[in-house]
Design a protein around this ligand. Sequence first.
Ligand code: SF4
Length: 761
Amino acid sequence: MLEVIFFESNQDLLEQLKAGNTPLVICPSPKVADNLRSLVPELEVITISKWTSDHLKNLGLTRSRKSELMIKLSAVWKHYFPNEKTAIFLEAFELFTELRSYTLDLELLGEFFKELDEIIVKSVLVFWTYLDQEKIIDEHLSYKKVTESKLHRSMWFIGFKHMSGVQIDMLKVLSEEQEVEVFFPRPVFQESLPNDWIGWMTEEEPKKSVDNDLQGSVRVAVLPKGKANIILKKFFETHNQYDLVFASTQTSLVSFQEAQKEKSFFKTSEDLFTVEIELLFIELKKLLKEKKQLTVEEMNSLLQAKKIEAGKRGEYRKYKIIELTEVAVKDYSEFQTIIDSFAFDIFQVIIRLNAPRVSILTLEKSIERSFLDVSDLDFRDDEKPTVLLATASMGGFRANEKILSEAMTKALRSIGPIKRAGLDFLFHKYELLSILAKKETALLIEEQVLEADLSWREILKNFEAVDFDLGIKYLIKKIQDYLTPKRKTGPFAQKNYSASKLQAFIDCPQKFYFSYIDKIDNRPEERASLSPDELGSLEHEIIANYFNKISKKSDEIDLDFHRKTCVEVFNAYLVSGKLTLSETEKARAYNEIMHYSWNGIVYLIDLMKTKNAKGIRFEVPLNTNQWNLVGSVDCIVELGDNKIVVIDFKRSSAAAGTKTETMEFRKIQMWVYLLALRQQGLEIESFGYLNLSDLTDMNLIFETEDAQKLMSSSMAPAQEIIEKAINDIQKIIDYIPAPRESKVCHYCSVNLFCLKGGACE
Ligand code: SF4
C-alpha cells in the first residue's frame, strides 16, 4: 500500500519515527541521511542512490553515470549530425535526460515533441533508441529495474523535495507487494498546488489557510550594509553557543569567512579543477587550430607526453585532469576516430562532471557551533539556539525554473509532475519558520533586505518583529526622505486620463505624482537585462505582427513565421535601443518572449476558432469620449454584429491582479476600456486579462455569461469610481505616499527612495 504520512513539524516527525519498529528509511541525499541518523540513531537509513545500486547489483546490473552516457551519446550523435553545433547536442542531451525522468514510454511524449525543433526531436530519438538497443541502464530506468528485485521490505521515503514521474511509478509498483510510506510536511502541502508531485500520491487536496494571526515575536537586528562580520563578532561575544544559519541556498567560503570564529565548524565545496581544465584545453585548442583535426592516436600520445611533464613538475591537479581526458578520449573513440573541436567541447563538460569533488572544512579540536546554510536545515538537530543572517549579497532563496511554453507544460503535466521553484521555496519557508518560532532565535538582517526581498516579507508576515539590541552603536542608514522635498503641491491640470494614470492615482497619490507630474525614469541607459515592461511590449508586438503579417491564416500556429517574427522584433529592439546584453541574458529574454508570445498566439487562434471570429485588431485606440479617457486596448476580437471580446495581455497573474480585484474596482484598467468601448456603441461579449506566462490561468477571463452579469451589475459603480478618481486628480493638493496595499509599491519607480508613509521604518 502507498500512503502519504503528513507531519506538522520536525518534532512531530521525530515522534512518529521513534514510535515502534521502523522499516528501511530511504532519503534523497547523504546530508539528509546524516541528519536523520543523528536525530534517531536507531534508524536504518540509506540514500536512494545507494539503495538503487544495491538492488541493481543483486539483479546483476549496473547503472551508467550521466558522464558515461554523455560521452557515448555525443559520439553517436556526431555520426548522425556531423555539421550541427555542440550547443544543439547539449540542449538535446539535457532535454533527453529530463524527459526520461517523466516517463520511459516514448509514445507518451508525442504531444510534447510537436512543440520542439525537428533536429532536437531527432536527436532525442537517436539517444532513446541507442539506450534501448544497447540495454543501457540510466538513472531513470534503474528505478524501473529496482521493482524487479525480490529483496524488498517495507520502506519509508523521507526528505524528498521532488519526485519524478518515474520515481512515483516505482513507488506505486513497489506498494503492490509491501508497505510504502512517503513522509511530507503538512504546512508545505497546504500551500502546494494540486499538480505538485505530492498531489500525485494522495487523494487529499491542499487547503491553504487564511490564518493571519501572529505566531509570536522574533528578535530582529537590522545591520548596516557590509558590516555583518563586525556585528557577528559582537553577537558571538554574548551568544557563544549559537549556530549560525546563512539565509542562502549556496554559501561560499567567502561568506563563511565573514563569520570567522574559533571552535566553529563549516564545510563548503570548492572548485580546484576548473582553471586547470581551461588551461589544458587552451593549449590543446591551439594545437587543433594548426592541425584542423587529430586522430585518436595523436591525441593519446599528446596527452601521454603532457602527463609525464605534469608529473615531473609536481602539477598534480593538471595530472588528474589529463588522466580524466584520457578516459574521455577512450570512451569517445569507441565510435569516432577523429578528435575535433566538438569532441573538445564535450570532453570539457565530461571532465567537469568527473573531476573530484573537493570540500573545505574547519579542523578544530572542539566545536562549539556550526555555520550552516538553508540547504543544511533538513531534519537538522535544532536543539541548539540559532541566529539567522540575511544579507543582500547572499542572493536569498532564488531557484532557477525552466520556462516552458503552455503547450509544452500541458503535454508534460499529463505525464508527470513538473519541478517547481515555488515548491522549493515552501520547503525553505517551512524550515525557517520552525527556527523563527523558537523564542531564543535571533535574525540579523541587512538594511533594506526586508524591503527588497519579498521572500522575507512572506516568511515574517505572521511574526511581530522585536528590536534586538546588540549593545553596540552603529548607524543604520535611515532611508532619507528624498521625495517629500521634491514634491510640489497640486493640483496640476490634466488633459486626459489613461487607465494606468487612473490606476496609479488610486494605488497611491505619490506614485501618481512621480509617474505623471514629475516623471522619474530611474532606468539606467546601459543595463544588463530587459525590464518587465520592455519584455511585455516586445511580446505584444510579436503577437500583433504575427496576426497582422501572416499571409496564410490557419488553425495551427505557423512555427517558422512565429520564430522569424520573434527574431526580427527582438533584434530590431536590441539595435534601436543600443543594448548590449550578455549572451545568457539575451537567451533568457529571447526564451521568454518566444514562449510568452507563442502562448498568446495559440490562445487567440483558439479563441477565434471557438467564437467563429470575423477579425482581430491590436492596439485599438479608445477614441474620443466624455471623460477624456485615452489609451489603447491590447487586443479586440471581432465577432460580427458589433460584438467584441476585449483582451489585455499581462506577463504574469501578479501584474493583472485577481478577478476579485477587478470585481471590487481595486483594478480599474478593464473598466476604463469597457466604459469607453461601450460608448462607441460596441457590444462586449466577454473580456479579461490573458496571462501570457500560463494559459491554464483562466482565472482572469470573464467568459460570456459572467461578463454579461458583471457588466449589468457593476458598470454604473465602475463609472462612479472612475469619475471620482478624475475629480480627485483635478483637485488634489498634497500627493502623499499612501499605498492602497503594500504590493502596489513593487511596481513603483520610486520604491527604492520611498518611506511608504513610514510603513517600512
Ligand atoms: S513606493 Fe509605494 S508608497 Fe511610495 S510612492 Fe510608490 S506606491 Fe507610493
